[in-house]
Write a protein that binds this ligand. Structure first.
Ligand SMILES: Cc1ncc(COP(=O)(O)O)c(C=O)c1O
Length: 369
């Protein structure tokens, strides 16, 4: 039975009439940039996350870069983060002239290990950038406690964390700012690229709004600082605002599928993802760990089940980022997890039969001698 990793056509078909109408209206009115759909998307997400400001930008990468710059992070500053993430986290730190400092992750949540943070703090440390990976928040209370103790900024990489909260407090409220991604494959995905900055800080919001349009803050064609071109297209904002209405329902289906997997492999020799107490999990990925990961992947492929490796090589091993690894850096959990992790299909359009087939196919592999 074919089990695809994603089904973007099914997703579109669920909201086709609304999207088609919005696209037709945008063309008919030629309202292509920063119009009513941008405003609606910003207002709806600000409400959902309970934040004061939501600023739509062109990508999650831009959200991270702009919010760090708007927070005053720059050349020479050190930013503590992890190497088990998508490259954009670290790329943007380097692009604003700052220096990424890697600490290790927790094996069962894949998120930053807060017990490793304090040893990495130096007089140059300006911020911590924790990544809320795969659909749940990091240990936000502990990260915030450490940041407050040392007077550091917290920049949440919330690219995978729309709808995520800890004890009801959503991403964007734990740090000084958070960056969401709406890349196609995210739980809320655009028809291309999109991102958003969330913050309760008026000054970070003011500077972010200016930076997204060339630093043109006060008045048209007057520039306060050197900025970017990072407006979100109205077409993308419309697609996202329409899909947002479905997001909670879609996330519930992901949670049902996760339950089936967790139940199906309970007690079997495979590392299952753990949701930390107080967190909700939106299951952006369902990632297991197995020492023979590549064989498991090949076995699933032979059954026509897609799977993916997020992330096969930690960032400190890639040529452009090697120089940021200090001689004392030791990331044993990151190294191990990169060799063992495998993400399984968990999108909302998976049928019960397909999920059951994934359960039995993985179990079949686990029973092999
Ligand atoms: C953890 C993480 N950070 C940053 C990004 C960058 O987002 P985008 O692809 O929208 O630029 C992504 C998304 O791909 C991501 O998963």
């Amino acid at each position: 039975m074919r089990v695809p990793f994603l089904d973007l056509t099914a997703q579109y078909n669920e909201v086709k009439p609304e999207i088609d109408a919005a696209v037709a209206e945008i063309f008919a009115t030629s309202a292509y940039v920063l119009g009513k759909w941008n405003k609606k998307l910003e207002a709806d997400i600000a409400l959902m996350h309970g934040v004061k400001h939501a600023i739509a930008v062109n990508s999650g990468t831009d959200a991270l870069r702009i919010m760090m710059q708007a927070s005053g992070i720059g050349p020479g500053d050190e930013v503590i983060t992890t190497a088990f993430t998508f490259v954009a986290t670290v790329e943007t730190i380097v692009q604003i002239g700052a220096v990424p400092v890697f600490v290790d992750i927790e094996e069962d949540t894949f998120n930053i290990d807060p017990t490793k943070i304090e040893a990495a703090i130096t007089p140059k440390t300006k911020a911590i950038m924790p990544i809320h990976l795969f659909g749940q928040l990091v240990n936000v209370k502990e990260v915030k406690r450490i940041a407050d103790k040392h007077g550091l900024l917290v920049m949440e990489d919330a690219a995978q964390a729309i709808c995520n909260h800890h004890e009801g407090v959503y991403a964007g409220n734990w740090g000084h700012a958070a960056g969401l991604s709406f890349y196609v494959t995210k739980n809320l995905g655009a028809a291309g690229d999109g991102g958003m900055i969330l913050t309760n800080d008026d000054e970070i919001a003011r500077r972010s709004i200016s930076l997204r349009i060339h630093g043109m803050g006060r008045e048209r064609y007057y520039y306060d600082e050197i900025g970017y071109t990072s407006r979100m297209a109205e077409l993308q904002a419309a697609v996202l605002a329409i899909k947002l209405q479905k997001l909670e329902q879609w996330n519930s289906r992901r949670a049902e599928l996760a339950e089936k997997y967790l139940y199906g492999w309970n007690g079997q020799p495979i590392g299952l993802p753990v949701t930390s107490a107080g967190n909700n999990n939106t299951w952006h990925q369902f990632t297991v760990r197995h020492p023979r990961r590549d064989s498991l992947m090949a076995h699933l492929k032979s059954r026509e089940i897609d799977s993916g490796i997020y992330y096969p090589v930690p960032l400190h091993h890639h040529e452009p980022y090697r120089s940021f690894t200090k001689a004392t850096t030791s990331l044993p959990v990151t190294e191990k997890v990169s060799l063992e992790c495998l993400s399984l299909p968990i999108h909302q359009h998976l049928t019960d039969d397909q999920a059951q087939f994934v359960v039995s196919s993985v179990s079949e592999f686990l029973a092999l001698p």
